[in-house]
Design a protein around this ligand. Sequence first.
Ligand code: T46
Length: 132
Amino acid sequence: MKIELIQLQRHGDYRGGLIALEQNENVPFQVKRVYYLFDTAAGVRRGMHAHRNLQQLVIAIRGCCHFLLDDGQERHELCLDDPSQGLLVRPGMWREMYDFSKDCILLVLADQLYDERDYIRDYDEFLAMCRS
Ligand code: T46
């Protein structure tokens, strides 16, 4: 499985950092929705689903969490802890997020509006989709 991490250029100076996210530049799609996950309770696992069509860029803009990606054949886990790294999550990838630090904020840019019909929340259904 190819893990796609996008290095985001860090600007800024002695006053602090700044990272710009630009559609079709360092974000490789048209952005239709932005959301963020925060105040995740200790010990919680989030995600546990795949998307049929949605493509997303995920950035830990504060704190850290672990991210599991599963393409139906291989699983890969990584730690997101760098605001200058974006994880590209393509359609058809099962994802789970866990071990959130108390201060973790995950920023997510998405190429579609929210649509519950795009979610596959059953792992066996996900595997069947991968096989088909
Ligand atoms: C993903 C990971 C990284 C909305 O109303 N609008 C939205 O845009 C989103 C994303 C969610 N919601 C509602 C649906 C649920 O009632 O917010 C609630 C929590 O959503 P969910 O349980 O899907 O959250 P996570 O953290 O499990 O997953 C989210 C995204 O849903 C998902 O697409 O890839 O973050």
